[in-house]
Design a protein around this ligand. Structure first.
Ligand code: XMP
Length: 602
């Protein structure tokens, strides 16, 4: 295998592991390593990829790396921060962009570089950066350009060193896979030797070793990740050693816990399944918490507390059992559990206490290196049915992070100061605009953001709305999201409202979610939607009630996403039905891609 290995040096970018995953997708083995890896080790690879980073290349403290790499004669591909590092280390110059550039951009190919072989002259690439190369080092030429980023890609063909400001590894870069294949197979000359079957054998052996004869208790949400984990456990261990626990948090979708019990039961994997109701504890502890990170920590801890209590009831003593989770790679990277990454959000299965178990090797997480689409592939390989394999992702914290909370404070001055510019940009594209008094989490240049959305109103035209959305989030420093007013026709005043997470608000969100879900299924559009969060905002609309946000997205592995363009007639029906719910004053439609938004709002 080492014959055809690619090493990805991880500077902490959100997509470092995704780069390795893309290489594996080509059938070539790829490994992640820290950037200061010794040269002898690096030289075992046929090529090196330098990832992006949450650090600015100009900051005094950046991740340590091995400068010998640039004289190693190995082919190098630097992505985003990686490109800027190449430029800085070999005599180029870096500067700030005049405008920020997050999400979609159109790149024009220049010249005939082998890494862009087979690409059309113009194609869509995905950007996420504040800095960029403004002067190339000697020996390099520009091979790609966008409107905002003149040197979007550069190459030193003689030394086989390439830099790309955009991210070829994300599914939304139109010809990303072709570019990676050109680098890995043609420039580096790798052979295709890696497979999911090989991964399966390794995962089974790993589970056996980690369980070491103990009982294994799996937290089963009923989603694809925990179900595939269960199927793996069933392949690796004796039936009586496997226990599955489903915790009903009171923050599930309508009928979810019942459906999970049925689906897991039908699987006949031999597990002993227990469904327990902890909804009272969840509502009580979440009480008046507003900060999304605090909410996530509480939820993670409550899952663990529930597990411990149930283990006690089962009568297992401490050294007799080990915990298993269906954690996948994005959960780890977004929680900043890799050395240099920024915390975008704490996934419920990655709180501090769990991280300690991971460090000690005391937890079984056979999917922790994989992405959602790889998990689905593994699920199919294990013989799970399509219905289970293709279930829409639903986050562990459930409605806990979809019902937003607020202390009711109005917009800060520095935010309302941006409203004039927001209105100007919106008007240029034919829309009315206002900034909403609520914040949501986003991701920009590998860093977490926590900013406000702009509400646009006017005629539904997805093309124009997307252009306006991109311009607003790229131009305004307090904005990371844009929503469109789907119902009613107009809104006079959107006022911040003091509101917390309680059963009543959870029920309101659940009702809207259930209507959206029913219409999606009735119209047969579910296959085009990767995930469809429905969110409740603590905003009072013209004294009529709170606002619901519809957030259907298209994605492949959740690291990037594009908002879904729903047929106007279907959206009209959905919005008007939801707007009729007592307590709902308006329905918004999220028109933000990821980046600069995230799929969920918290
Ligand atoms: P974002 O919102 O970061 O979400 O774009 C990416 C994917 O992760 C899911 N998600 C979670 N899943 N526990 C989970 O199991 C969590 O704490 C969590 N937070 C987000 C989200 O629904 C999307 O599919």
């Amino acid at each position: 295998m080492a014959d055809s290995k690619i090493i990805v040096l991880d500077f902490g970018g959100q997509y470092a592991n995704l780069l390795a995953r893309r290489v594996r997708e080509l059938g070539v083995y790829a490994e992640i390593a820290l950037p200061d890896m010794p040269l002898e080790k690096l030289k075992e690879a046929k090529g090196v990829i330098l990832s992006g980073s949450p650090y600015s290349i100009a900051s005094p403290e950046t991740p340590a790396f091995n400068p010998g790499i640039f004289a190693s004669k190995l082919p190098i591909l630097g992505i985003c921060y990686g490109m800027q590092l190449i430029a800085r280390e070999t005599g180029g110059k870096i500067g700030k962009c005049d405008k920020k550039e997050f999400g979609k951009a159109e790149m024009t190919v220049l010249g005939e570089s082998p890494v862009f072989m087979g690409l059309p002259e113009k194609s869509i690439v995905w950007m996420s950066h504040h800095d960029q190369v403004v002067e190339m080092p000697k020996g390099f030429e520009a091979i790609g350009t966008t409107e905002i980023c003149k040197i979007a890609a550069m190459a030193n063909e003689k030394e086989k060193i390439y830099g790309m400001q955009f991210h070829p590894e994300v599914a939304h870069t139109e010809f990303g896979m072709e570019i990676i294949a050109n680098f890995v197979l043609d420039v580096c000359g790798c052979k295709k030797e890696w497979s999911m079957e090989g991964y399966l054998d390794k995962a089974i052996a790993d589970i056996k070793q980690k369980a070491g004869g103990k009982k294994v208790l799996l937290l089963a949400s009923g989603g694809v990740d925990s179900t595939v984990t269960l199927a793996l456990l069933a392949r690796a261990l004796e039936e009586e050693k496997i226990f599955a626990l489903h915790v009903d948090t009171g923050l599930m979708r309508e009928g979810e816990s019942g459906a999970v019990e049925k689906a897991l039961g039908e699987l006949e994997l031999g597990q002993q399944l227990k469904v327990v109701d902890y909804s009272k504890e969840f509502f009580k502890e979440l009480g008046k918490t507003i900060d999304p990170e605090k909410k996530r920590e509480i939820i993670g801890r409550l899952f663990l507390d529930a597990t411990k209590k149930e283990v006690e009831k089962l009568g297992f003593n401490e050294n007799e059992w080990v915990l298993a989770q269906g954690t996948i790679y994005p959960d780890t990277i977004e929680t900043a559990r890799t050395k240099y990454s920024d915390r975008i959000k704490t996934h419920h299965n990655r709180i501090e206490e769990i991280a300690k178990l991971v460090e000690k090797g005391a937890i079984i997480e056979p999917l922790s290196e994989l992405y959602k689409d790889e998990v689905r592939e593994l699920g199919k390989l294990l013989g799970l049915n399509d219905e289970l394999v293709w279930r829409q992702p639903f986050p562990g914290p459930g409605l806990g992070i979809r019902v937003l909370c607020s202390d009711g404070k109005a917009l800060e001055k520095k935010v309302s100061a941006e409203e004039k510019k927001a209105k100007e940009i919106a008007k240029k594209h034919g829309f009315g605009a206002c900034i909403l008094p609520v914040k949501s989490v986003g991701v920009a240049g590998d860093l977490r953001t926590y900013r406000h959305p702009v509400l646009l109103s006017g005629e539904l035209d997805w093309e124009k709305l997307e252009t306006a959305s991109i311009e607003l989030t790229n131009s305004l420093s307090e904005i990371n999201r844009v929503v469109f007013l789907a119902a009613p026709g107009s809104v006079k005043k959107a006022k911040a409202k003091k509101a917390f997470l309680d059963e009543k608000r959870a029920e309101l969100c659940r009702k809207a979610d259930s209507i959206a879900n029913r219409i999606v299924l009735a119209k047969g559009i579910q296959a085009g939607i990767w995930q469809f969060p429905v969110i409740l905002l603590p905003i009072d609309i013209d004294k009529k009630g709170e606002a619901i946000v519809l957030r259907p997205v298209q994605s492949k592995e959740a690291m990037t996403a594009e908002f879904y363009r729903m047929e106007p007639e279907i959206l009209r029906q959905m919005a008007s039905e939801i707007a009729k719910i007592k307590g709902i004053g308006a329905v918004f439609y999220d028109i933000t891609n990821k980046p600069p938004g995230t799929i969920e709002w918290e």
